[in-house]
Design a protein around this ligand. Structure first.
Ligand code: TLP
Length: 349
């Protein structure tokens, strides 16, 4: 893709930087299925420490990480509670049903954010007719919720409720790093309210591949077996040392992505026919709708594409733009201007 194109479709589109590639080339490796890859082991120890958990496990993707956790927490016939727009339910190809025999009981959150009062009463009685309610999954930041950061007090309340109800808790923290940078609340503090946590290196942190799950040592040992079952046992996976490099070099800079998101959000908010949903952008995701008079989301995205700005049509009238490592301040300004001009032209047509 030519440099002139500004790709805001996802924060997964970044290319590894020269520094990352150098780290990958230099990585010491071994066979990770034999537990002998020193770079993977270092990464796992690092993630466990960052999240304040006993152990962590490197996995190829955020989807596998979440689904390994769902499977490890549950048995076929169990049920998990989640927000209706969460990634685990919507974008993982039916993973809970297909891979774990687990049904999802979805609750409509406010921009993906659940309140503990919505969960009260949802734990099924112990009776042979019912599925067994077993797990609560939250997502922070919330992707379809507009990149919203979960209010910490809501996390605390849901976690305490789940513990009282005897349920396990899992956090899809694909963009937990963004929540950390946006709030200053350390990853450990977010993570301590969950039995398992999944984090990604291939989104805001800009690594080409990789996620990790973390939790108690016995949980992670069980998850390691599930990873093998799902085909995620990798061999000289230490070449993916870009993940460690990303933790060293790309965490704090997420604040830049959040600033750039504000530039684009302002353009969306100022442009008649476009509407930010939710109205406040807190991190690096900008979700917005286009009025039907402008065309469908696909048509609006196509018009922007013609002018070198790629956004993701995520519903009939819904679009998403993401800022990331490969979007500079100048490009954020240019994307904002392109949105203003292109949509004004569509409105006038
Ligand atoms: N999300 C992708 C798409 O799948 C929608 C994106 O472009 O945002 N949890 C959350 C909250 C995610 O947003 C994603 C990826 C995942 C998990 C899965 O990660 P991968 O793509 O590594 O399987």
């Amino acid at each position: 893709m030519p440099d002139a194109v500004i790709d805001l479709r996802s924060d997964t589109v970044t290319r590894p930087t020269p520094g990352m590639r150098a780290a990958m080339a230099a990585a010491e490796v071994g066979d990770d299925v034999f537990d002998e890859d020193p770079t993977v082991n270092r990464l796992q120890e690092r993630v466990a420490a960052l999240l304040g958990k006993e152990a962590a496990l490197f996995v190829p993707s955020g989807t596998m990480s979440n689904q390994v956790c769902v499977r490890t927490h549950t048995q076929p016939g169990d049920e998990l509670l989640c927000d209706v727009n969460c990634h685990i339910y919507n974008y993982e190809a039916g993973g809970p049903a297909v891979l774990s025999g687990v049904t999802c009981r979805c609750v409509e959150g406010d921009c993906g954010i659940l309140d503990v009062s919505q969960l009260d009463g949802l734990v099924r009685p112990d009776n042979e007719h019912f599925v067994r309610t077993r797990l609560v999954c939250l997502e922070n930041t919330h992707n379809r919720g507009g990149g919203k950061v979960y209010p910490l007090e809501k996390v605390q309340a849901i976690s305490a409720w789940a513990r009282r109800a005897g349920l396990a808790t899992h956090l899809d923290g694909a963009r937990l790093w963004n929540a950390v940078v946006a709030t200053g609340v350390p990853a450990q503090e977010w993570a301590r309210h969950f039995d398992s946590v999944s984090v990604c290196f291939s989104k805001g942190l800009g690594a080409p591949v990789g996620s990790a799950l973390a939790g108690p040592r016995d949980f992670v040992a069980k998850a390691r077996r599930t990873r093998k079952l799902f085909g995620g046992g990798m061999r000289q996976a230490g070449v993916l040392a870009a993940a460690l490099y990303a933790l060293d070099h790309h965490l704090d800079r997420l604040a830049e992505d959040h600033r750039h998101a504000q530039v684009i959000a302002r353009a969306v908010a100022d442009t008649p026919g476009l509407r930010l949903v939710p109205p406040e952008v807190e991190t690096n995701l900008i979700w917005f709708t286009a009025d039907p008079e402008l065309g469908t989301a696909k048509e609006v995205a196509a018009a922007l594409r013609q002018r070198g700005v790629l956004v993701h049509p995520a519903g009939p009238q819904k679009l998403r733009a993401c800022t990331h490592l490969d979007v500079s301040a100048a490009q954020a300004e240019r994307a904002a201007e392109t949105i203003r001009q292109t949509v004004s032209r569509l409105a006038a047509a």
